[in-house]
Design a protein around this ligand. Structure first.
Ligand code: HEM
Length: 495
């Protein structure tokens, strides 16, 4: 009895000691405690600063732009500052995605989708998606018409709410339904009326997902045993429940599609995908399957809906805080389009100040965000440090474009004119909202198109101002899948 117990204690002590050791030439960072790694220090700073990215940014000030952490059993490198971020995103050895088991819980234990896969599988699927998004009009005039429709629907909604005068509206969630509709229409060809119960259902599921399922810092990912020990408290149960509801919703759409499917006449991305599954059905090695189609749709929602609507949320928060920016934008719109003609994507050249507002809003959004997590697919170097194969690497965009130390004048201020050089829009190197390299965002054209049209269409018809007798809305934010402004209300009045 005594011998096995002593042996057990020795094994635990040795494992504990082993878990505190850092790989050779690993990026600097706080010390690793047995089994917990640097989680206690990160958690302490997170509590103190209010946000995970402010915590890692504080550590970066102490240890340098590339910091080496360990959370539970997982080694994580966090990259700060524009120079190190560019090196990280440009390094193909770091273009993998984490392949830990918890990342497959949502997808029947398999690595599926676009955003959490890598290698040949990811390459083939990403190429297919990009090609067919383009084929159904992504980045072309067809997309333009679709987005123009959505922005005008929102104008109609606001006209109703203000009823020829003014109204009070919550802005932080105003954009999620129209943005979701544009995305769903590209994927599945269906446009819902704003009051449609199916749209409300999809919106509700995604709202739950974005609220409960953070991209970093899910406790059961760092400590998988929590899935069994504390399924509720670790967030595992809610994570699985939200995914199950979303998967059921998408399977319904697939079943509807199959009824009307005509391989000779594809209407949307789902049609193209179903044809590909049929064509490859006899190939053992095919990467195309219904399960993969479901997870692709989910990935497009994850990557494409909240990112755009929260950027718009930040945009209108700052437009309310900076009425002079709003006025300048409206003067530009009045000069270029007048008040009657609805804006089109092709007007972008004529509205450089609005383009600058788009970029400044993106800065305010991504400056509060991390990139998606990457993985080293082989041993590699980053900023002189050695990163072993499989280490997780995440970029923190705060220090590159929003913190007081970043390479910009008055970074906390909303100043669209900072991008205007002799009438031209010039974007500095430290602004990389869509990432770089192999993992660069595939939705940039859609996102920038949506941002431009929604901002222009709303400012053309309405003024947005602070609530009277209340303090100005806060620029603090809530963390979730992506950062979102805290709920705020504004007075909207017809111009
Ligand atoms: C304001 C809007 C958006 C921002 C700021 C944004 C930003 C980003 C960034 C920074 C990445 C790369 C992260 C990395 O290095 O791993 C990314 C990836 C991605 N984005 Fe976007 N995005 C936006 C909108 C969209 C939209 C509308 C779509 C869908 C049509 C989309 C689809 C994707 C996908 C699928 C990926 C993963 C690519 C891959 O892993 O290969 N994004 N996005």
């Amino acid at each position: 009895m005594f011998l096995p117990l002593s042996l057990l204690i020795i094994v635990i002590v040795l494992c504990g000691y082993q878990s505190t050791r850092k790989p050779k030439n690993f990026p600097l960072g706080p010390r690793w405690w047995p089994f917990l790694g640097s989680a206690p220090q990160v958690q302490y700073l997170r509590k103190k600063t209010g946000h995970l990215l402010l915590a890692t940014s504080k550590l970066a000030r102490q240890y340098g732009p590339v910091i080496g952490l360990k959370v539970g059993g997982e080694q994580i490198v966090v990259v700060h500052g524009a120079k190190a971020l560019r090196e990280f995103l440009g390094n193909e050895d770091l273009s993998g995605r984490p392949n830990s088991k918890p990342d497959t819980y949502r997808s029947w234990g398999k690595r599926l989708g676009i955003i959490m896969t890598d290698g040949e599988f990811w390459f083939e699927q990403r190429r297919f998606l990009v090609r067919h998004l383009r084929e159904i009009g992504f980045g072309t005039n067809d997309m333009s018409t679709l987005l123009e429709d959505e922005s005008q629907e929102l104008v109609k909604y606001l006209l109703k709410e203000t009823n020829g005068g003014e109204g009070i509206l919550g802005m932080s969630s105003l954009f999620s339904i129209p943005i979701l509709n544009a995305l769903w229409r590209m994927l599945v060809g269906v446009r819902y009326d704003p009051g449609d119960p199916k749209l409300a259902k999809l919106h509700g599921i995604l709202a739950d997902m974005f609220k409960h399922v953070s991209i970093v810092g899910r406790p059961f990912v760092a400590f998988p045993i929590l899935r069994y020990l504390a399924p509720e408290a670790s967030g595992y149960n809610i994570y699985m429940e939200v995914y199950r509801r979303l998967i059921d919703f998408i399977y319904e759409a697939i079943d509807d599609h199959k009824q009307m499917h005509d391989p000779d006449c594809p209407r949307d991305v789902m049609d193209f995908y179903l044809s590909m599954i049929n064509r490859n059905s006899k190939l053992q090695s095919s990467t195309f399957s219904e399960q993969q189609l479901v997870i692709i749709c989910i990935d497009m929602f994850i990557a494409g809906s909240e990112t755009t609507s929260n950027t718009l949320g930040f945009c209108f928060l700052y437009l309310v805080l900076y009425p002079e920016v709003q006025r300048k934008a409206q003067e530009e719109i009045d000069r270029a389009l007048g008040r009657e003609r609805a804006p089109m994507l092709s007007d972008r050249q004529r509205l450089p100040y609005i383009e600058c507002i788009v970029w400044e809003s993106l800065r305010m959004f991504v400056g509060r965000a991390f990139t998606l997590p990457h993985r080293a697919i082989r041993d590699t170097k980053l900023c002189g440090y050695s990163l072993p194969k499989n280490v997780k690497v995440v970029g923190c965009l705060y220090d590159s474009c929003l913190s007081e130390d970043c390479d910009m004048e008055d970074p906390l201020a909303f100043k669209p004119e900072r991008y205007l050089k002799n009438g031209q829009v010039v974007i500095p190197d430290n602004i990389i909202p869509f990432g770089l390299g192999k993992r660069r965002c595939i939705g940039e054209a859609l996102a920038r198109g949506n941002l431009f049209l929604f901002i222009t269409a709303l400012l053309q018809r309405f003024n947005f101002s602070q609530m009277p007798n209340e303090s100005p809305p806060s620029t603090d934010w809530e963390d979730g899948f992506t950062p979102r402004p805290k709920d705020f209300q504004v007075v909207v009045s017809e111009r």
